[in-house]
Write a protein that binds this ligand. Structure first.
Ligand SMILES: [Zn+2]
Length: 285
């Protein structure tokens, strides 16, 4: 879907298979900056790479025109197409230095952040050609991009602002109310969201966690809904701590939060427990 003159957003469908053979439908988000050449922001999973190529052809361009790939962060559902895109177009991959090993070494990522059948969902790996960081102003394919460091969901998470389009791509840093709590730091998430909310000249917000396209006044309210959800989760974690004491386990905290938020117990997966552990270790905000 074309969002602004140069920014296209793709919501790509895929399925996760559970060990019991159940298929869970999910979506990943990828973006195309269509300038003199094509820049891809995040590459989805391996099975969605053909959809990216198909979309590019549907707008009259060619996948071979992809000269750059910008990665918001290292999680498998944002880098899973890397290998197939490298084979097809050979672009330069750029991402955050703090997540270099997670991007380049998929066995390492699977070891420290196990997510079901992640290895089936990723192609590659590829090496980063360079790093991008807070304040960088780049213009791949002649489309101006300002890089923002927005940690919280992960330590190296980046957001991208295209000033000429007024378009902000926030990666996974903006938690959507009702989704599973997946983050590494509550304080960093809240600070990053405040930074995005106060950014000037944002006309449209694209969050990888959502299929919403927020425009004008809806941008700030969308970010505020994420801040509110993060604070709500934090309030529940502080409540369970005050009830059960400091030795509450990540599993107990997660069960409490899930019950109070009405989240499905099937969502009590290792990466959620990892978030809860980080939250308990972080202490009061
Ligand atoms: Zn992520």
């Amino acid at each position: 879907m074309q969002i602004t003159p140069h920014v296209h957003c793709l919501w790509l469908e895929f399925e996760i298979k559970t060990p019991a053979g159940e298929r869970i439908p999910r979506f990943v988000t990828s973006y195309i900056l269509a300038g003199d050449t094509l820049t891809l922001i995040d590459t989805g999973v391996a099975s969605t790479a053909p959809d990216i190529f198909g979309y590019i052809e549907s707008i009259g361009r060619s996948p071979q025109e992809i000269t750059h790939v910008l990665l918001t962060h290292s999680h498998f559902d944002h880098i899973g197409g890397n290998g197939l895109i490298a084979e097809r177009a050979g672009p330069e991959f750029l991402g955050p230095e703090a997540e270099r090993r997670m991007i380049e070494d998929l066995d390492y990522q699977h070891g420290v952040r196990p997510v079901g059948r992640m290895r089936d969902a990723v192609s590659g790996p590829v090496k980063l050609a360079g790093f991008i960081a807070e304040g960088d102003e780049i213009s791949p394919g002649s489309v101006a991009v300002r890089v923002l460091h927005t940690p919280g969901h992960s330590a190296g998470s980046l957001s991208f602002f295209m000033p000429e389009e007024g378009a902000l791509i926030s990666g996974d840093v903006l938690p959507e109310p009702g989704t599973l709590p997946i983050y590494e730091s509550v304080a960093d998430t809240l600070a990053s969201l405040e930074k995005l909310k106060t950014l000037e000249r944002v006309k449209v917000l694209l969050s990888a966690m959502s299929r919403k396209v927020s425009r004008d006044e809806a941008v700030a309210s969308h970010i505020e809904s994420g801040q509110g959800y993060m604070r709500e989760i934090d309030g529940l974690v502080q409540e369970v701590l005050s009830q059960k004491g400091d030795d509450v386990s990540p599993g107990e905290a997660a069960e409490f939060v899930f019950e109070r938020l009405g989240l499905p117990r099937a969502g009590l997966i290792p990466i959620v427990l990892r978030s809860m552990k980080a939250h308990l270790d972080e202490g009061p905000i």
